[in-house]
Design a protein around this ligand. Structure first.
Ligand SMILES: Cc1ncc(C[n+]2csc(CCOP(=O)(O)OP(=O)(O)O)c2C)c(N)n1
Length: 327
């Protein structure tokens, strides 16, 4: 286990992970029981430390781009919770006007530029953003989150090369959760062919880290971002982690009788719950008590409940706006 960060900072990160966890758990419950959210939804429960650790090392004017499992990144970067919930209910008050759904989240005020379900689609866009930052001569950085399956898309290799050759301030963040839908990494990659070696072959430095420890992620990203801000070119961080729910939808695999992963494997990863890792560290240092944690939980649950109530009361988007923003 890594060392405690500054306790105030680690508490901020843990509270952010808890807020994302509870938001997703409550959304999953409503998704399953009401049948009112009609957007395919990929939950990131279990992977919160990646989003929170990465975004915790960024400034508000830095930008992020994400993929189909994007709620975690959107919320960690400061995306509006009510806007997310309304988007899932397809309402006009949603962060994409109710026309994008779960995989098209944006909140430009806090640097959440775009998310997309097309694998690899936002990777070169993040590189383009980093090119603009370099041309502007500022210190802003761009981050692209993507899953391990993106290494099966050609665009990742073009993007790494272009970013390296042009020395762009972009962080490539791979959330390696070992599966592409229901196909394990072992069937998609020859043993010994590590992603990190491919990345390094383009001259992009990187490391593979424990993606379930928010302290480890926060530290690694802080170092990588410092490099980016010094103008030394792109960096890569691969976070080893695991999603707890089915690939798409609110259930656990065992509830849906899916057998591509075992329940033992899931339970093994659940014992490495990123929230528990951080909470234990803070409690061991006497920097957090049960009462404070329970108070966070109550506040967060109330915030999510009110976002759901507001979403349900919100109007539907107007039909005449259906093509707005479509290129
Ligand atoms: C170009 C493209 N090919 C295939 C798909 C279908 N698809 C959606 S999600 C997914 C697996 C994604 O796995 P990974 O990138 O590892 O992310 P994870 O779902 O594990 O978080 C696939 C193959 C797609 N959306 N886009």
């Amino acid at each position: 286990m890594s060392n405690l960060l500054d306790p105030t900072e680690e508490k901020r990160l843990l509270r952010s992970m808890l807020r994302i966890r509870r938001a997703e758990e409550i959304i999953a419950h409503h998704y399953k029981t009401e049948q009112q959210m009609r957007t395919p939804t990929h939950f990131g429960i279990g992977q919160e430390a990646v989003a929170v650790g990465v975004c915790g090392a960024l400034q508000q004017d830095d930008v992020i781009f994400s993929h189909h499992r994007c709620h975690t990144h959107y919320l960690a970067k400061g995306g509006d919770l009510a806007g997310l919930v309304a988007e899932l209910y397809g309402r006009a008050t949603g962060c994409s006007g109710g026309r994008g759904g779960s995989v098209h989240l944006a909140d430009r005020k806090v640097g959440v530029v775009a998310t997309s379900a097309i694998l690899g689609e936002t990777v070169p866009v993040a590189v383009g953003s980093a090119l603009a930052f370099k041309m502007d001569g500022g210190k802003r950085v761009a981050v692209t989150f993507f899953g391990d399956a993106v290494f099966e898309e050609g665009v990742i290799y073009e993007s790494l090369n272009y970013a390296a050759v042009n020395g762009l301030p972009v962080l490539f963040c791979c959330e390696n959760n070992l599966y592409s839908t229901e196909t394990p990494l072992s069937l998609r990659r020859k043993s010994g062919s590590e992603f990190i070696d491919r990345v390094r072959s383009f001259g992009v430095p990187g490391e593979v880290i424990d993606g379930n420890d928010v302290g480890v992620v926060r530290e690694a990203v802080a170092n990588a971002v410092a490099r980016l801000r010094r103008g030394e070119g792109p960096a890569y961080i691969e976070c080893l982690t695991y999603r707890w729910r089915e690939h798409v939808g609110p259930l656990f695999d065992y509830e849906a009788n899916r057998t591509y992963r075992t329940r033992d494997e899931l339970e093994d990863w659940m014992r490495r719950d990123p929230l528990a890792v951080s909470k234990k560290r803070l409690m061991n240092a006497s920097a957090l008590g049960d009462a404070e944690y329970e108070a966070w939980l109550a506040d967060i649950d109330a915030e999510v409940a009110s976002a759901i109530e507001a979403a349900k009361a919100a109007p539907w988007p107007e039909v005449r706006l259906i093509l707005e923003g479509v290129l």
